[in-house]
Design a protein. Structure first.
Lengths: 138, 138
DNA sequence: CCGAATCCAGATTGATACTG
DNA sequence: CAGTATCAATCTGGATTCGG
């Protein structure tokens, strides 16, 4: 986002870490630590990713995110709503309809999320191998 | 993987999602779902990020990652090792020394991780506000 | 009918003490 | 120094139930 592009080193992580500040690293007041605490959750990233496609109903989310129980989906959505990343809209209809959508703030996560997705897709072969060997050992 | 680069829209997420495939979205066989399951853990991202700086000893990691207990640090490191993202090296010395470092595979996560860090730093103000209001409500 | 709250069993996490 | 053991606490998820 920042037009700060004349840095000599191509070390993307180094650059990002420099921007974090001069903290030792990752102590609990560090914003990166805090941010990861919000996102690094079993369902949160998947819900955000699902909503990147656009506004969705509760039941659509439940169908698309395989394995999520209604309880955890609701819980995850409520947390995202509290954090200002997702908006919840209730339609007073019968049968009831509830829709969820990313807020503007939520949409700012599209780049990091897409980056993670691309990583997963790019390394699918190795990942599947890792996961397979993990299962065989229990 | 496919060199499919003549898409008209600059929608980074849409592009990433298209590259995931034509799956409905995020079912449990989807590699994105699987990959997130490996990474979306309370400590995993922080440990990986800490190791982006370079090779580190166990105690250095514990000091830098505020709040992590030895049990969870060991558990997280062992999982990362099993997944091929981190390498563990034991030096037969007294006192004992164990060092951890990212593997080549682990380093492929530098871009997504940096992207997340930049997001956190860029939105630090709003994030801190969100976290503050969360604490006040319990 | 759809969205969500409750209850309870099982898994996960964490603080602390301890060992090689 | 680098972990393991132990036990308490928290979190998770599925079944069931409720409410509009």
């Amino acid at each position: 986002m920042g037009p700060k592009s004349n840095l000599p080193q191509p070390d993307i992580v180094g650059r990002a870490l420099e921007r974090i500040g001069k903290k030792p690293l990752l102590d609990e007041t560090c914003i990166v630590h805090r941010a990861f605490a919000l996102l690094a959750d079993k369902w949160t990233l998947l819900v955000l990713l699902a909503l990147m496609h656009g506004r969705k109903r509760y039941s659509a989310l439940q169908r698309q995110i395989g394995g999520v129980s209604p309880k955890m989906l609701t819980q995850t959505l409520r947390a995202l709503e509290e954090h200002g990343l997702v908006e919840r809209e209730v339609f007073p209809e019968v049968p009831p309809r509830v829709e969820y959508a990313l807020t503007d703030f939520g949409r700012t996560l599209s780049e990091p999320l897409a980056s993670l997705c691309e990583w997963a897709v790019e390394h699918e072969g190795r990942l599947r191998a890792v996961l397979a060997s993990e299962r065989s050992r229990g």
